[in-house]
Design a protein around this ligand. Sequence first.
Ligand code: FAD
Length: 449
Amino acid sequence: MIAAPRAVFEPARATEIHGEYDVVVLGGGPAGIAAAAAAGALGRKTLLLERYGFLGGMGTAAGVTNFCGLHANVYGDIRQVVHGCADDLLARIDRLGGLNEPHLIFGKIKAQAYDTAAYKIAADDLLLSRGVDILFHALAAGVVMDGKRIDALLLETKSGRRAVRGGIFIDCSGDGDLAAFAGAPFELGADDGSMLYPSMMFRLNGVDADVAGDAWKTIPELMEQAEKRGVRFPRRGAIIRPQKHETEWRVNVTQLKSANGRALDGTDANELSMGEIEGRRQALAFFEFLKAYAPGFADSYIVDIPPQLGIRETRRITGQYSLSREDVHSCASFDDTIGVNGWPIEAHVAGEVKWEWPDIPGSRGYNHLPYRMLLPQGVDNLLVAGRCASMTHEGQSAARVSGACFVMGEAAATAAHIALSAQLPPADISVDALQQRLATNGVFLGRGQ
Ligand SMILES: Cc1cc2nc3c(=O)[nH]c(=O)nc-3n(C[C@H](O)[C@H](O)[C@H](O)COP(=O)(O)OP(=O)(O)OC[C@H]3O[C@@H](n4cnc5c(N)ncnc54)[C@H](O)[C@@H]3O)c2cc1C
């Protein structure tokens, strides 16, 4: 007997067109915010699509609450190296009282914490001030192709299925959903299939900051003592830090794996579902440990477990160039630089976090990000920016953080603008013109160090 196929066949249907745009940006994380803001400021009719009801990507949806990669350690001088749209966003968060002063990490680099509510409001304001249309609660579900061009992006919304037409599409979905729908080649994981492990972030309130002191330095020691008593933690390398209001702390310590022990796959619906539940279980277990053993945490409580599990890595498109570990280590230069990444390799491997730094303070501390990493193969009117851009597994372990994603998003939109003006595919535009425009708009291209 022939087994019935495990599928149903949907009838063909006509799908209402939601709108036609010059630039369509999928995803409202740091890459998508910068892309939409830049395209809007350049006068392009721009739409940003986002499956949730707010912007920020992993920064808000997964409770990251901290910008990495805005700074670099330039020959011992830690300075901000990501500017452009990011400056406008940071200023708006700051005006809402939601931005911490940058804090030191391992004495080598700085990061900057923020309040998620302020980030969401500031990002709304930024895009609206630049004339961008936003469609929230819109899940991209497929494409209609016209040869090697994307004709329309298909969305599922509460109003039903919709299509959006665009001149150029920018995939800032983090997972490379749009590139995958369009048939662009991508990789999922390293050569052995392993990806960076996800984490369920959570935040505590009610911490006695005076008693907690520099708890981020002492909690790892408390965890080691607990391990000697037989306690097992999902991972070492806990990151536990105060937010803007000193009673509120973020906790980055959980780690989610699939049944085979490898990192949970954020493109697998079943694994994602399991990971949300296990992530919350791990969050509760670690909270109970902190409450019992960490000075200053006795009266704390969980104020937030974010809307979704934090996914660090899924699809990485195979573009014209893949940023590599060696590029990060050697602070590589590229003729087609679009900005810089100053964050080191931060590899979330089984049970721990492994850091790999460029020579500090002997190097300029950042690598160029080449325009080619935004250019997928086989699709003419698509750019890809953010953590799903073209990088090796190790290169992505560094340039996946917010700073580099802002850079990539702004560059992708600026390239889209130039491509539309020149009526050329993004792969054929003048890189000189792109760099001049980025520099005019305040982007630091990393030359002259
Ligand atoms: C636990 C954790 C801790 C981290 N810590 C830090 C940190 O301290 N500092 C730092 O800078 N970075 C940190 N990172 C990394 C950083 O948050 C991400 O790499 C960064 O947000 C990636 O930006 P992005 O714009 O490429 O994608 P994302 O932030 O992933 O945004 C993608 C957006 O696209 C939307 N989307 C996806 N698919 C679809 C679809 N099909 N339809 C519609 N919308 C869709 C998503 O909802 C999301 O809003 C951390 C990441 C994790 C997971």
